[in-house]
Design a protein around this ligand. Sequence first.
Ligand code: ZN
Length: 116
Amino acid sequence: MARKYGKHGPREDVYDEPDSEEEASPPPDCWLCGRPCGETVVWHHPVPKSRGGRDTVPMHPICQNMVITTFTNSELQRYGLDGGLLRLDPRIEKFVAWVSNKEPDFNAALGKKAKR
Ligand SMILES: [Zn+2]
């Protein structure tokens, strides 16, 4: 009398595959201040669209706000895609130093300038 032990049920070794959740790609770095962007990424035209600019760069909303309230379209066109040139401006330099301690999603009214 041989007893068989063990069950012979169909057995599948199925790997519990971890759902490969696609990690959201890390936020891009802000063109102006160089910090990673927060939840809101603004795609800014360094050269204003009205001046033929096509390229866009990632920015914090507050940084874009700073740029467009600080410079005129003509100036922006002149600076072009080089954010480093903008940071040479003392106003931007000061702003970047100030904003660098803030949360990525920090935003604030910078004070509106009258329309030109
Ligand atoms: Zn920024």
